[in-house]
Design a protein around this ligand. Sequence first.
Ligand code: AMP
Ligand code: MG
Length: 411
Amino acid sequence: MISPDEARSFVLSGLAPLAPVDVSLAESIGLVAAGTIEASEPAPSFTNSAMDGFAVRADDVTASETRLRIVDSVFAGESSDVVVGHGDATRIMTGAPLPPGADSVCAREDATVETERGYVVIHRTMAVGDSVRHVGDDMTVGQVLVAPGDVISPALLGALAAQGVASLRVHPAPRVGVLSTGNELVDAAGPLGPGQIRDSNRPTLLAALARSGFSPVDLGTVRDSKEDLRAAFERARRECDAVISTGGVSAGDADFVKVVLAELFGKRARSMQVAIRPGKPFTFALDEESATPFFGLAGNPVSTLVGFELFVRPALRRLAGQRDIDRPRLSMVLDCDVERAPDGKLHLVHGLCRVHDDGRLHVESLARRGSHLLFAIAHSNCLVFAPDGPRLAAGEVVSALLLDENHVNVV
Ligand code: AMP
Ligand code: MG
């Protein structure tokens, strides 16, 4: 057996970010920038009002009440060239350019309008710059907005839109092929024959890939035949940036995935027994010609998901150019015991964690364990690391991967 760290290093050692491509701004969300973008315009590009109110000259408004003559009004998208002289005010809306002569804006709430006579009374004193947004407050010309390795967030995408950027260089989301292997597998509906099961790994992985921002490619099911597997992997390496198969990597007489991967990729294929439970058998291969990694995960559904989290997802994030390839691994307080005995393996246990009043994440409950018990983990949101040794008692602090950050609040 090898340690999970060694297996992970073996996987990651040959992987690099995918070659950059140009995508439209909208398509870039969540992707990793491969180039530098500098601001070509200041933002704001003109001095404008931060409030609906009155543009005034601050040195006119030094008493607790000041009466000013309204000389014009200016809406967002317009401009006024009427000079705000001493004793004058111009009605102004948020985002409208500051008219000449004005140096500050009084909010509408701090003023009373004398409608018939065209005057406004300001009920406060003003300082130069009050409620004024200045040129370049947010972005200055030449400022680096995007550097290689930056993840495009909604706000960053918006800032680029504000600059008129229409497309950019990014590392693409890896196209990841998923195929299930096993003679027992049938697709979705229809009655099951003797010994048959429906394929759940493929839908699970396709969904997990989509959730993590990768592009899933459904490669269907393949029978436990060397020829069929070889043909499927050959096709997959042409169509995908990475390939995940499930089943066929253990010690069974029909476990041909590891055999075929070894035949195809020679010394860059490795069948591992990783010191984890579940998910011990794991085959990894790298097609050096196309730089396509192949992940042969064990067929049991929970083993498949554990292998995905530990080895596949970080590797795919590396292909995507992400600097931070791991999910948050956090300290959590155990609210229940983790039953285990020493066996030389790291145990990975699905659980439900939530933030408690002490401000800490608590593992409130653990899923029933069994590598075939898929529904049992269906409502979990974390994966607890129970290192080799005796049982862990409630109250202990453990390390766990946060699998879903959306469900940690107590509702
Ligand atoms: P294997 O790794 O091929 O020995 O399969 C281990 C167990 O996982 C067996 O009980 C298989 O029937 C089951 N299994 C394999 N592939 C799938 C799949 N795609 N969906 C659901 N169960 C599977
Ligand atoms: Mg099988």
